[in-house]
Design a protein around this ligand. Structure first.
Ligand code: FAD
Length: 277
């Protein structure tokens, strides 16, 4: 059976970045991903750039899925964005709460992603396939694992079709999360989010913020390589390829790559997995 792949980009900030992303996208297209998704900056800060990037991907003949976050937004502004995406022929959305920059007030008409999913369904019916976020190592603000599972269930009950996880390097966290979701009677596909490792220091900073754990054995090994970026890259590729192998063997329904707008790591991992079309 073919492994479903999807690949995430962030919207470029400059004309040069847009050129580079076009080249990256065309390189990654050999993997024949089900869709390319495009992130959405906190509080709508990339609204125009996300839209432009999504439209361009779609115009090039690929399936494009915008991310849309709701914290700090009004119903009217989200309605306007949905209408733009309907007019552009988009059929898939990644619906998120998002995070406001620290210090920003909690103004806005949505509190949780489940409310956004509900709103998208109320406004646009079955037009969109809705993806939501899932957290095998639990969302950093969740009161408890049980509460986080209940929040996930609420998103599915509001109309989400499938989920993409935060990245993780602990296979058991994903397997446990899927088991817990199944125990709730939900058969929602839960696609693991895969973060290739280019720079360990960047990854470590980012992981602290989003609550993804870098296991001690990995951290110690990366640290032992110091500035040797070739060794870091080689170890990162080995670890992430092995994780993907184990996930697919355990029945993961696909892989979602956080590409960071780079083609090479995703291509190399998929080549090693034998997924290159
Ligand atoms: P929610 O599902 O609303 O959950 C947020 C928190 O609230 C959790 O702790 C949950 O347990 C809790 N909660 C939910 N409902 C309730 C309730 N009714 N009562 C009490 N507690 C509740 N961020 C961006 O800004 N732009 C992006 O493009 C983006 N893309 C992402 C893509 C993926 C695949 C993932 C995994 C994350 C992405 N994020 C993005 C990050 C995401 O916005 C943050 O992790 C954010 O903090 C939570 O978003 P969520 O949609 O999971 O929120």
């Amino acid at each position: 059976m073919r492994t479903e792949l999807s690949i995430e980009f962030f919207p470029p900030q400059s004309a040069e970045g847009a050129d580079k992303l076009r080249a990256t996208r065309d390189q990654l297209a050999v993997l024949e991903p089900g869709f390319f998704s495009v992130t959405y900056g906190a509080g709508g800060s990339t609204r125009e750039r996300t839209f432009a990037t999504v439209k361009e991907i779609a115009a090039a003949g690929y399936e494009a899925a915008p991310h849309l976050s709701c914290v700090g937004a009004s119903r009217d502004s989200i309605r306007g964005i949905l209408q733009e995406y309907v007019a552009a022929g988009i059929r898939r959305i990644v619906a998120l709460r998002g995070d406001l920059p620290s210090g920003a007030g909690a103004a806005g008409e949505f509190r949780y992603a489940s409310e956004l999913v509900e709103f998208i369904r109320a406004e646009t019916g079955d037009r969109f396939h809705i993806e939501v976020a899932a957290y095998p190592e639990w969302h950093p603000q969740a009161k408890s694992p049980k509460d986080d599972l209940a929040a996930f269930k609420r998103k599915v009950e509001a109309g989400a079709n499938s989920a993409i996880t935060q990245y993780f390097y602990n296979l058991d966290a994903y397997l446990h999360f899927v088991d817990e979701v199944r125990k709730l009677g939900l058969d929602t596909p839960i696609v693991p989010g895969i973060m290739p490792i280019g720079s360990f220091s960047k990854l470590a900073r980012f992981s602290d913020a989003c609550g993804a754990e870098i296991p001690r054995w990995m951290r110690k090994t990366f640290e032992s390589y110091g500035d040797d970026s070739d060794a870091i890259r080689a170890f990162g590729l080995d670890v992430v390829t092995r994780l993907c192998e184990q996930l697919l063997a355990a029945g993961a329904p696909g892989l979602h790559f956080y590409s960071m707008n780079q083609a090479a790591p995703t291509l190399e991992i998929c080549r090693r997995l034998g997924l290159t079309a």
